[in-house]
Design a protein around this ligand. Structure first.
Ligand code: EPS
Length: 390
């Protein structure tokens, strides 16, 4: 069973990740992991920190000669900015003036009370979305694992501020990589860039929404035996765990405003390879299990809580009114969030895929997968007609 942990403060020495449960014998494609890290660092609306960082993954365990060993994989990403703030953040000697004015919408206030911290830096360092760099590295490994069973994950930005993109039914093409906001509607992409520039000039920030999609997902990933088995619940939880995410929707059954049963579902039609569906409003999941269509989730992201024109707050050291703390930040991180969303979808699917097919080695995994696919096809004559069409 695949599971993972991350550790690391935003301006501490490094981020660390542990990914446990990958089968032995999987080739590790490091350039592909680097590409994912680079995608996450990009996007119009990022702040100056991304000019300092250039994330490069290192492996500490679980890999030898370029292949997984079946033991836990430990990953390491250095924070280059640590050298600039060592006196503040050194694990043994770090100290500095306390931050005491919580930002509305950030972890500052609740975290300070929870952990009894008088310096909000002790909360915000871990709350920072810097941590997602490690999720993307872990997710990139999970993506390579999913490829072994034919699953391909993609993402696109569908809204920034007031600007909404056209809705597409298919996975995005290369246009997403060419857009500075990861949006494949060219006109919307240009308007989104403008909106971000406008927000920046006003000292404001912008949220939005993105779509993530897994094509090639086999039938029956997830389950309905227990509430926690459900694939939609697991994917929603994984996506909701991303900093700034406020809503997750599977499929477009209600996103598209279809609140009437007769237009909200995906009817069956006889087809050449068994029943086919003319639509995918369910987002590829019915009854908590993948149904063979693309798994699709829409994710809404709130605007970043650090404003250059700060919101009203209270200084916790004095109890008086004071503007919220201003720290260096991004204006809009929705494009980065869509890359992180892809990573989280990869992780959630990898966990569920490993549960269904298991396997200590890649050979075992692929044998279990092939047997399962053969079994499903043989089950119904409608999927495997005697004339051999299936
Ligand atoms: C973040 C604030 C900014 C972002 C950071 C997330 O960092 P800094 O305060 O150092 O400028 O750049 O994102 C990253 C460092 C990253 O790698 O994505 C926050 O408060 O969440």
């Amino acid at each position: 069973m695949i599971r993972y942990l991350t550790a690391g403060e935003s301006h501490g020495p490094a981020l660390v990740g542990i990914l446990d449960g990958l089968p032995a014998g999987m080739r590790v494609d490091v350039p592909a992991i680097q590409m994912e890290l680079k995608r996450r660092q990009g996007g119009h609306g990022r702040g100056r920190r991304m000019q300092i960082e250039s994330d490069e993954v290192e492996f500490l365990s679980g890999v030898r000669g370029g292949s997984t060993l079946g033991s836990p994989v430990a990953l390491y990403l250095r924070n280059r900015d640590f050298e600039n703030v060592r006196s503040l953040m050194d694990p043994m000697t770090g100290s500095g003036p306390a931050i005491t004015r919580p930002r509305p919408g950030h972890a500052d206030f609740a975290g300070a009370l929870k952990y009894r911290h008088r310096d909000l830096r002790n909360v915000l360092e871990r709350a920072s979305a810097r941590e997602t760099a490690m999720r993307v590295a872990v997710g990139a490994l999970c993506r390579q694992y999913l490829a072994l069973v034919g699953i391909r994950v993609s993402g696109r930005v569908v809204r920034i501020g007031d600007v909404a993109a056209r809705q597409f039914d298919q996975a995005p093409g290369p246009e997403v990589e060419e857009s500075p906001v990861r949006c494949d509607d060219e006109a919307a992409s240009a308007a989104m860039v403008e909106a971000i520039d406008k927000a920046k000039a006003a000292g404001d920030t912008l949220g939005g929404a993105f779509e993530v999609r897994a094509a090639g997902t086999p039938v029956g990933i997830g389950g309905n035996r227990q509430p926690g088995d459900r694939l939609d619940a697991r994917i929603a939880g994984a996506l909701m765990s991303i900093q700034t995410v406020k809503a997750v929707e599977i499929g477009s059954g209600s996103f598209g405003g279809a609140f009437v049963g007769s237009t909200a579902h995906d009817t069956f039609e006889p087809g050449q390879n068994g029943p086919s569906r003319g639509s995918n409003r369910a987002g590829g999941i019915e009854g908590g299990m993948s149904n063979g269509q693309d798994v699709v989730a829409y994710v809404r992201v709130k605007p970043i809580a650090t404003l250059m024109r700060p919101l009203a707050s209270v200084d916790l050291a004095t109890g008086s009114r004071a503007p919220a703390t201003i720290v260096r930040s991004d204006v809009c991180a929705v494009p980065a969030a869509s890359v992180i969303g892809e990573a989280m979808l990869c992780i959630a699917l990898a966990e569920a895929v490993s549960e269904k097919y298991g396997g200590d080695s890649v050979e075992e995994l692929t044998a279990h997968f092939a047997a399962s696919e053969r079994g499903a096809k043989a089950l119904f004559s409608v999927l495997h007609p005697p004339d051999g069409n299936a």
